[in-house]
Design a binder for this molecule. Structure first.
Ligand code: HEM
Length: 472
């Protein structure tokens, strides 16, 4: 054989594949070397099953603790079908949240996007997101709450509490409260048959968020998609009616009113419906859970409950039995604010946020490869003993200390996607606690325990036995 041909065959059959293999090995080992240390777990499922079993227990902390002890606060794992960089580090979390849209972007599976609708704030990106986020923030800011929303928050919470029988599932009652508040604030509807039938469909939609999206009829996910259609239809009808009212010159000052106005002629019906539906999703489950858990934690910490009662009895003594709370009352509840902070810290309703790296990103000397998932764990920071003394104990008094935990505390996230409902949620919880402790005393009807997967909640919806407090 011609020696040139011999070398060509040798090169193509042996040397070229070897060179390619060497290049690939160098490339991947370089990338691996820069990845945060960690364990990808089993093929396909990774460490998902360990995470789920930890979060289904009342004490999920060991899942994070073990990995942080072995690998440090930024580690690699494999969750829900993808390699993921997990951050339990406050600085890295802040970096991830602040760089939304630049180095990272929020990322939801398509099953969730279908339920939310493509025009929801949670799925928007870029300038439109910026504009709509600031519109939503301005709708829930303190001066709007003070001048418009507080009066309804006070009235609707009081009405609900007065209708309670002797035994209630607190989680259910709290959900009714937050839904009624949201419907009132977003589109000026008072509680009634319409709101309740919307809520029933809506509960089915929420179940879909935590269901496996199987493509069969009669599954929870399929039922949720159908219910979403019904909710969207009901909301579309409201939007059409409100457009007619506007043409007749009747203007309502609520979120729907702001969307119909818009700064360049308003939005389409479909855009408004998606937008409203996502706001209902974001505010309903979170605030109702925090209401329930604050009561659970207070019940288990009688000294804190007694101090809270004293603060609110004093406000009631000033105002008499039936006068509504105003902004200055809300501002004179210092211990309540400690209880709110502490409940948010210990409960961690949103335990963390998922993002996707838009580019290769350097963090703490490691590389997060482009396209990889990142999980900024807020929970891991809030429950870290190095950051908060006795971090795993509910202790509202820690918030009376003059030094604030500053950037360590992020129950509402941060950066461009900071929760636009953060002030509203705090006010709703404070007013709820006020009317609860001044009107009612309660004991748990059964033992109930916390679980954290698929959402943070108590297993039995926290049943309580209720007694009206004698009016002093
Ligand atoms: C205790 C109650 C609440 C907690 C703990 C909470 C927490 C959070 C967190 C951590 C985020 C950031 C998500 C991310 O970065 O991807 C967020 C976003 C959001 N929250 Fe809340 N939230 C609460 C109540 C509310 C309420 C009452 C509303 C209703 C106005 C609301 C509306 C939203 C919306 C629309 C977003 C998405 C913002 C965006 O993507 O630009 N939340 N919330």
């Amino acid at each position: 054989m011609d020696s040139a041909l011999y070398f060509l065959i040798l090169f193509l059959s042996t040397i070229l594949p070897l060179l390619l293999l060497l290049r690939a090995t160098v490339f991947f080992s370089r990338r691996r070397r820069h990845l945060p240390p960690g364990n990808l777990g089993l093929p396909v499922v990774g460490e998902t099953l360990q995470l789920i079993s930890a979060y289904k227990s009342p004490n999920p902390e060991p899942f994070i603790d073990e990995r942080v002890n072995r690998f440090g606060p930024v580690f690699t794992t494999h969750l829900f079908g993808e390699p993921t960089v997990f951050s339990a580090d406050p600085e890295t979390n802040r970096f991830i949240l602040q760089n939304e849209g630049k180095l990272f972007e929020s990322s939801y599976p398509s099953s969730i996007s279908n339920l939310l609708g493509k025009h929801s704030l949670l799925l928007m990106r870029g300038n439109l997101h910026k504009r709509m986020h600031s519109l939503t923030m301005s709708f829930g800011n303190s001066s709007i709450i003070k001048d418009h929303l507080l009066v309804d928050i006070d009235r609707l919470i009081r009405l609900r509490l007065d209708s309670w029988p002797d035994r209630v599932f607190l989680m259910e009652e709290a959900k009714k409260i937050t839904f009624e508040l949201a419907v009132k604030q977003l589109m000026s509807f008072d509680p009634g048959k319409w709101a309740e039938s919307l809520r029933k469909q809506y509960v089915l939609v929420i179940e879909g968020f935590f269901a496996i999206p199987l493509p069969f009829f009669f599954t929870t996910y399929h039922r949720a998609i159908k219910a979403r259609g019904k909710v969207a239809e009901a909301l579309s009808l409201v939007v059409r009616k409100r457009r007619e009212e506007r043409e007749r010159g009747e203007i309502k000052k609520d979120m729907l009113g702001a969307l119909l106005e818009g700064d360049d002629g308003g939005f389409s019906d479909e855009e408004i419906v998606d937008f409203l539906l996502a706001l209902l999703v974001a505010g309903y489950e979170t605030t109702s859970t925090i209401m329930t858990l604050s009561v659970k934690f207070l019940t288990e910490t009688p000294h804190a409950l007694a101090q809270l009662k004293e603060e609110h009895d004093q406000i009631r003594a000033r105002k008499g039995e039936s006068q509504a709370l105003n902004w200055s009352d809300y501002k004179s509840m210092p211990f309540t604010q400690c209880v709110v902070n502490e409940t948010l810290r210990v409960a961690n309703i949103i335990g963390g946020v998922f993002r996707r790296a838009i580019d290769d990103v350097n963090v703490k000397g490691y590389t997060i490869p482009k396209g990889w998932k990142v999980f900024a764990s807020l929970r891991a920071v809030h429950l870290n003993q190095d950051h908060f003394k006795d971090a795993r104990t509910f202790s509202p008094w820690r918030w009376q200390a003059p030094t604030s935990p500053g950037n360590l505390y992020m129950p509402f996230g941060g950066g461009p996607r900071l929760c636009p409902g953060y002030e509203l949620a705090r006010v709703q919880l404070s007013v709820f606690l006020h009317h609860l402790v001044t009107r009612i005393s309660w004991v748990p009807a059964e033992e109930d325990r916390l679980v954290f997967f698929p959402t943070t909640r108590t297993q039995k919806r926290y049943p309580i036995i209720v007694q009206r407090r004698a009016v002093s």
